[in-house]
Design a protein around this ligand. Structure first.
Ligand code: SF4
Ligand code: SF4
Length: 497
């Protein structure tokens, strides 16, 4: 057992109100700079929809993530030779139009326009060319338009649905969508780390945060292609690539990242996970629909004596272990099986997990029609207006059972609290619903409390930082091993190296 520590995250999608406060907080702190205008390290997209950059999930177009070749994980963008050949012309990079042309307004026109019969207007100006432009796309262009045939029809996840299901989805188009906030997943098997020909990207030993060394980066942009989530960006002004740094200067001083701290819906949770690095490669080799379970199996019980002993042998201190024991992420992901990784089939082992949205449960789809006249108060999950196959494509590598379990559990908790607070649901119904997901009333209460009432200290359990004795996980010669693995380390951690 080779125990490592990873800062991990949970986003509870049922609580996201799509306010974009998180994106603005991040923009103001990190990407309000020349060359970074188009970057949104944190963005919030509407699903069904194409997201930012457009159709980022379509790996036939972008070639991000890993695939299995001869039983081994291999970068989808090709091996070392192909990457060298593409170094001066990489056909898989998103173009500016895939992101959007960033713009501002000539605000002074509003104040300085000569007096006239018309209201003055501020015209949009390109932040790239400085010229007037027509705005035709933006990072959240299809905001709230989930289901619109123009945007949502191009959502790559719809391929999991039958023609019939798609038609049904579009028939009720204005009624079903949810928000998907995204940041870098600080993956265990980071494709960006593996793809960088300069050895500039590394996974920080003591907490697993993935960073780009700006002094080493040569701007080859292989990381932009390799990241299947499109969460590394090229800065055209500095000639370097950049990405979400999980606000590490804030974490090191015990503060939550800016997007977490500012989250209006309180959907975000952050905490440490202990995992077994010895089993990483095995976890990557299982079929798509087994990936979530394999990833869960990597996560170790922070209360287990043997795990604690091995963690301490690897230099993980008591404070960090204690933080792992209080981690809200551990509870949602491992104990309760409620939070799932986004697109596990990209095989980067992402460390940001999502509680899938229950969506309104007051109505159901029946024979393609939206039906709000239920005999029972809530409609059953199986009749959800977003087909389970769609949710499974996003959150469980196509495994419908896993996503259905997470939704049924939330549903059972809703019934349980309704019984307690309103009293119009009988105990037998609640008992049945809880039993279906093997959940006790005590656990239901705990899930309710962490979901609805948790304080900031309970949502963000940040392990104490020890940068002064930072753990190194990389060989000195990172260059030599580039393109082989994205695990971020190849040797036992050494304190103070
Ligand atoms: S591969 Fe993972 S760690 Fe690397 S930028 Fe993409 S999401 Fe982040
Ligand atoms: S701040 Fe929170 S609630 Fe608002 S969009 Fe971001 S994640 Fe959602």
């Amino acid at each position: 057992m080779d125990v490592r520590l990873q800062i991990s995250m949970v986003f509870h999608l049922d609580k996201c109100i799509g306010c974009h406060t998180c994106s603005i907080a991040c923009k103001n702190v990190w990407t309000d700079r020349k060359g970074a205008e188009y970057m949104w390290w944190n963005n919030v997209e509407t699903k069904p929809g194409t997201g930012y950059p457009t159709a980022w999930e379509d790996q036939t177009k972008y070639k991000g993530g890993w695939e299995q070749k001869n039983g081994q994980p291999d970068l989808k963008m090709g091996g070392r030779v192909l990457r060298v050949l593409n170094i001066f012309h990489n056909p898989y990079l998103p173009k500016l139009d895939d992101y959007y042309e960033p713009w501002t307004y000539k605000y002074e026109d509003l104040f300085n326009a000569p007096e006239g019969a018309d209201q003055p207007t501020a015209r949009p100006i390109s932040m790239v060319t400085g010229k007037y432009m027509n705005v035709e796309a933006g990072p959240n262009w299809d905001d709230d338009l989930g289901g619109s045939p123009i945007y949502a029809a191009n959502d790559p996840n719809l391929e999991a649905l039958t023609e019939e299901q798609r038609a049904e989805l579009f028939e009720i188009e204005r009624l079903v969508f949810f928000y998907l906030p995204r940041i870098c997943n600080h993956c265990l098997n980071a494709a960006c780390v593996a793809a960088c020909p300069s050895g500039a990207i590394y996974k920080r030993g003591e907490d697993g945060i993935v960073l780009i060394n700006q002094e080493v980066c040569r701007g080859w942009r292989m990381c932009v292609t390799a990241c299947p989530y499109k969460k590394t960006f090229y800065n055209w002004s500095t000639g370097k690539s950049e990405k979400c740094i999980l606000c590490f200067p804030r974490l090191e001083t015990g503060q939550a990242p800016a997007c977490f701290h500012s989250c209006v819906g309180r959907i975000r949770y952050l905490g440490a996970l202990l995992y077994d690095a010895d089993r990483l490669l095995d976890a990557m080799k299982v079929p798509d629909d087994k990936l979530v379970e394999a990833q869960r199996d990597l996560i170790l019980d922070p209360f287990d004596r043997e795990v604690i002993a091995e963690a301490m042998k690897n230099g993980i201190d008591e404070g960090a272990i204690e933080a792992a024991q209080r981690s809200p992420v551990y509870r949602y992901v491992k104990e309760w099986n409620l939070a799932l990784p986004l697109h596990a089939e990209f095989r980067t082992l992402p460390m940001l997990f999502y509680v899938p949205p229950l969506l309104p449960v007051m109505a159901k789809s029946e024979d393609g029609l939206y039906d709000a006249s239920n005999k029972e108060l809530f409609s059953p999950i199986e009749k959800s207006r977003l087909p389970m196959e769609y949710m499974a494509k996003l959150f469980s590598g196509g495994n419908v059972d896993l996503v259905q379990y997470a939704l049924k559990k939330q549903y059972a908790i809703r019934l349980f609290k309704r019984m307690e607070t309103v009293g119009d649901i009988d105990h037998a119904t609640v008992k049945r619903a809880l039993e279906q997901v093997n959940t006790s009333e005590e656990e239901a209460e705990q899930i309710y409390r962490l979901t609805s009432l948790a304080t900031m200290d309970e949502r963000y359990v940040i392990p104490p930082s020890h940068r002064e004795e930072a753990m190194q996980m990389l060989n000195d010669d990172t260059w030599a091993e580039k393109g082989e693995v994205g695990l971020g380390f190849r040797e036992l951690p050494v304190r103070g190296a």
